[in-house]
Write a protein that binds this ligand. Structure first.
Ligand SMILES: O=C(O)CCC(=O)C(=O)O
Length: 292
């Protein structure tokens, strides 16, 4: 026995046509919704992993490169972050400062340059020293709009707030002048009263140096003689992992490990300048707010 439907075999034509109208309207609505989600970026169609610009997991250099390039002004030199070393943790941000910013810092500093000193660990006072033969001066934090902008860029680069930074120090080294290897962190309580320990340093090169003047890390771990610029380094520069000064580049290195212990591999110095002269600017960053 064949059981017939309520309407017998098949639907009445009128009903069938209203179902297809509903289906058509729903199809249009879904297509519209799908296109809207795509346009507003709520979801995306994955492309094959080999496409350009897709970085591997943990490939920090290319992540930073991709992000930083977005902020590149028209006509400005390419900017990217290069990881240099894990012990100490160090990276360089290429073309961090423009030529105009470098010149601005040098011009502000020039009238006030005095023989560089080191900090006495018992009194916290500055004292003359043979380990440091450069000339330098400090520029007040937030001293003008250009300094404010540089300090904001440093905060973005390091993830450490502007208020944790000491004032910028500008240094000038002439032929033969140097800064012997030292750590930027303190071994006493006096110097850590304001702001706590120095956690990291950003060293900005305000000029190129024809020969010598490298920043050297004598305790760094790695096979440095395989570096492509090894042959261009001075004897002092070959005494560890070295960064050659290049105008506008900013070297970031950490004096503290992620577990808050001090990192002795952050020992560093400025090699003697052999030809030309060197201008640099240092920003020391503290664990806590540094009151100025
Ligand atoms: O000039 C350099 O390369 C090193 C400077 C330095 O060590 C410092 O300012 O703490």
């Amino acid at each position: 026995m064949v059981v017939k439907g309520r309407y017998g075999r098949g639907m009445p034509r009128k009903m069938a046509s209203s179902y297809s109208t509903i289906a058509f309207v729903m199809l249009i609505m879904f297509s519209f919704l799908f296109l809207s989600l795509l346009v507003f970026g709520i979801f995306f169609i994955p492309s094959s992993g080999s496409s350009k610009g897709v970085s591997k997991a943990n490939d920090l250099t290319s992540i930073a490169h991709n992000v930083l390039n977005k902020f590149n002004d028209k006509g400005r030199r390419d900017q990217w972050v290069e990881l240099l070393s894990w012990e100490p943790r160090a990276s360089v941000y290429h073309n961090f400062l423009s030529k105009e910013e470098c010149e601005h810092l040098i011009n502000l500093a020039k009238p006030n340059m005095v023989k560089s000193t080191v900090v006495d660990s018992s009194t916290g006072k500055s004292m003359d020293s043979r380990v440091r033969t450069s000339y330098g001066t400090f520029l007040a934090r937030g001293g003008d709009e250009i300094i404010k902008n540089i300090e904001k860029k440093i905060a973005d680069f390091t993830f450490i707030p502007v208020e944790h930074g000491e004032g910028l120090q500008v240094l000038h080294y002439e032929v033969g002048q140097k800064y012997e290897p030292h750590n930027d962190y303190f071994n006493d309580e006096f110097n850590t009263k304001n702001g706590g320990q120095r956690i990291a340093t950003v060293l900005m090169y305000l000029s190129d140096v024809e020969e010598g003047g490298e920043t050297v890390f004598p305790n760094a771990k790695g096979n440095f003689s395989s570096l492509p610029y090894w042959d261009q380094l001075s004897e002092c520069g070959k005494g560890g992992f070295s960064v050659k000064p290049k105008m506008g580049d900013a070297l970031l290195f950490w004096s503290m490990n992620p577990d808050a212990s001090l990192d002795p591999s952050s020992l560093h110095g400025g090699c003697p300048v052999i030809r030309g002269n060197k201008w640099s600017s240092t920003k020391w960053l503290r664990v806590h707010e540094y009151k100025v």
